[in-house]
Design a protein around this ligand. Structure first.
Ligand code: F6P
Length: 369
């Protein structure tokens, strides 16, 4: 029996999405003789039944393209803005899945997508996911596609910022994406030779950072590159948040706990305040560079194309075996199927004793603690 497969991309876009769509699609169609149909703009397109043909040459020439040919959105099946209200559209989505006679739905996305896919699995749909995000924060997989490309972009940015920081005897604070995980800032900070790396997993003391910068000045290097993850937090704010969280758990209604996902403006505000403070504490001029969405744009790296193709083709293999309800994770040179229940709702953060952290310390990088 010929299988009918749906595919969508959800959450923030990421380099390698098209390579993954191509990997799933070419293997499903060419190798297994299945039919595949795309849904536009994530779960919203599935809810509105907006489709895209993928069997007429659309999969050719997209391996190297950035973004996603399907479009994406951050809409969640169970909380979707519709006509001025936020509604649970899970049943509508399930209905469209059946009306399209789908045997399986492939969802390409990050942590949020894993949770949404699990909800659809619980509605009886045959769902299978792939882990994509530049943040590299999806649990149970060695790595996510998009991360390597973003790592290269952020590293190159730091290389370029070094020469201007050096010439002007300045501190340059570079804000790097990553949501609540520090993988990107840590990886790019190490590869780009940042003098200070601040990540959410290691709350920082601004005085420790300032002293590291002053020490460099005393040693004849009156310039510094500070790589700061967008989710980085000072020890002071960390303790205040913990206290607020505890009060909230104890039932006090008056305490405002910061939102789980800060906005770009909130992140930038933190970074600007940090730069100002470092200026005051060191006497050096400071500048801020927010890399922002540059880190997600453009062509995927060779490593991301390879990873996305490996995961995409392994996904087709699992579909052919009728193995659903799983995420196709990267495991060494191979892949493995991980139950969605074991992934959804988990965030892979940097363990404080991770080898990358230790390496950064060994080369004398200040981590703010
Ligand atoms: O999850 C990927 C990511 O790029 C994060 O690093 C960042 O916090 C967020 O998405 C930005 O989201 P948006 O594209 O909605 O501004």
């Amino acid at each position: 029996m010929t299988k009918y497969i749906g595919i969508l991309t959800s959450g923030g876009d990421s380099p390698g999405l098209n390579a993954a769509i191509r990997g799933v699609g070419k293997a499903c169609i060419g190798h297994y003789g299945m039919h595949i149909i795309g849904f536009r703009d994530g779960f919203r397109g599935l809810m509105e039944n907006r489709t895209m043909r993928l069997d007429g040459g659309e999969l050719s020439g997209i391996l190297t393209r950035g973004g996603t040919i399907l479009g994406t959105s951050r809409d969640k099946p169970h909380r979707m803005p519709v006509g001025g209200k936020v509604l649970d559209m899970t049943d509508v989505i399930a209905g469209n899945y059946h009306d399209n006679h789908l045997d399986a739905l492939v969802c390409l996305g990050g942590g949020g997508t894993q949770k949404n896919a699990l909800r659809l699995k619980q509605k009886g749909l045959n769902v299978i996911t792939l882990p994509k995000t530049i943040d590299n924060d999806v649990a149970m997989t060695d790595i996510t596609f998009g991360f390597d490309t973003a790592l290269g972009i952020a590293t190159e940015a730091m290389d370029r910022l070094h020469s201007t920081a050096h010439s002007h005897h300045r501190i340059i604070v570079v804000e790097i994406m990553g949501h609540r995980a520090g993988w990107l800032a840590l990886g790019a900070g190490i590869a780009g030779g940042a003098d200070v790396i601040l990540i959410p997993e290691i709350p920082y003391e601004v005085e420790s950072v300032a002293e590291a910068i002053r020490e460099r000045s005393r040693n004849g290097k009156p310039f510094s590159i500070v790589a700061v993850a967008e989710g980085a937090i000072s020890m002071q704010d960390h303790l205040a948040m913990q206290a607020a969280q505890e009060k909230k758990t104890k039932g006090s209604k008056k305490v405002a706990v910061p939102p789980a996902h800060a906005t770009e403006i909130q992140y930038a505000d933190h970074t600007l305040r940090l730069a100002k403070k470092l200026e005051q504490l060191t006497g050096l001029e400071a500048r801020v560079t927010i890399l922002g969405h540059l880190q997600r744009g453009g062509i995927p790296s060779a490593a991301d194309r390879l990873l996305a193709t490996r995961l995409g083709t392994a996904c087709a293999d699992l579909i052919s075996q009728g193995h659903y309800g799983v995420m196709v994770a990267a495991k060494g040179d191979g892949t493995r199927a991980v139950k969605l229940e074991d992934v959804a709702g988990k965030v892979k953060t940097v363990p404080p004793g991770h080898p990358w952290v230790e390496s950064a310390r060994r080369v004398g990088t200040n981590l703010g603690d």
